[in-house]
Design a protein around this ligand. Structure first.
Ligand code: PYC
Length: 317
């Protein structure tokens, strides 16, 4: 295990309630290859940096980490690799908005259009103000429609599998109102669905786990279209409506002819925060979603590692 560089400087923000911790100094040296290769190296050789930065006692299951990297493509303002309590993310919508707002806070990004490199492709970021950004995500698409999965303790659950920068199972199965009071039950049911998908061998096209589960229900506000509960790959629920999950939702709506390009879709989260989304079609007919949301910087910290600390590299409850 490579010894950690010390200390690590991070800036925390939240995007519509979901936290992002951006590593701006003291992260692992992953070289200068493509971000998809750097992510593999992060996972293989430096996974202790991930756990150190986001897990307890310095973070919590809800924290999504973002490692700021030099981009390969000189037209990009930044490269970012996202990770969580359990592993790595392809893309992260709320994390991209959080990163843009944090870079603006640091004086490194001006309002206007920018490009960020991620392990799954380049995303555009329109920094609208100090606290609002619209991101144009990587292309999204529906892979499977209306599949039925037999879930122990629930029965048959029907839903779609779609890509929005991560892999999602999207279902209208809604065992209780999608509110904070019910997150324990919703987490248990969504996790049972995830395990049933895994047991059935339902994956992305290259065997990728479908590790994000979205339950949809009616919105709380009259001017929203839908409310979701999103269980992330590490078992924590997304406090925001999930940018990649909302992109996957738009791909399913578009594939079913239920939402036309250019029309706003307001997606509420389980805490009642919202993203406004719309899409265009690219030359291959894939959905390219734009997700608009707000983020706020919540703190700056220097993280220390004492080699005598029995929990120096973090732990997961
Ligand atoms: O906003 O895309 C997102 C996201 C993924 C996991 C947590 N948030």
């Amino acid at each position: 295990m490579a010894e950690m560089r010390q200390p690590m400087r991070v800036i925390d923000s939240h995007t519509e309630g979901e936290p992002t911790r951006l590593i701006i100094e003291g992260g692992p040296d992953l070289g200068d290859g493509p971000l998809s290769e750097r992510l593999k190296r992060f996972q293989r050789e430096f996974d202790h940096y991930r756990s150190f930065a986001v897990n307890e006692p310095r973070g919590s299951d809800a924290v999504v980490g973002a490692l700021l990297c030099e981009p390969v493509d000189p037209t990009c303002a930044a490269g970012v690799i996202f990770f969580n309590n359990a592993g790595y993310l392809g893309m992260c919508g709320h994390g991209t908005i959080g990163t843009a707002v944090t870079l603006a806070h640091l004086g490194r990004l001006k309002p206007g259009l920018h490009r960020f490199e991620t392990p799954v492709g380049v995303v555009s970021v329109d920094l609208k103000s100090a606290n609002e950004a619209a991101i144009e995500n990587v292309p999204s698409y529906r892979l499977m429609q209306g599949i039925s999965v037999d879930v122990p303790g629930i029965g048959a659950v029907v839903g779609d599998v779609a890509w929005g920068g991560n892999w999602f199972f999207l279902t209208e199965y809604c065992p209780a109102p999608l509110t904070l009071a019910n997150v324990g039950l919703l987490t248990a049911k969504a996790d049972a669905i995830r395990l049933a998908l895994e047991a059935r061998g339902i994956t992305g096209p290259n065997g990728e786990p479908v590790d994000h589960i979205e339950l949809f229900g009616p919105p709380g506000a009259a001017d929203a279209n839908s409310r979701s509960f999103v269980l992330c790959s590490g078992g924590a629920y997304d406090r925001s409506p999930c940018g990649t999950g909302t992109s996957a939702k738009l791909a399913c709506l578009a594939a079913s002819g239920k939402l036309a390009p250019g029309i706003d879709w307001v997606q509420e989260s389980v805490i009642g925060s919202r993203f406004t989304a719309r899409y265009r079609l690219d030359e291959s007919g894939n959905v390219v979603a734009t997700i608009t949301g707000r983020a706020y910087v919540t703190g700056e910290a220097t993280l220390f590692r004492d080699p005598a600390d029995p929990f120096a590299d973090g732990f997961r409850v």
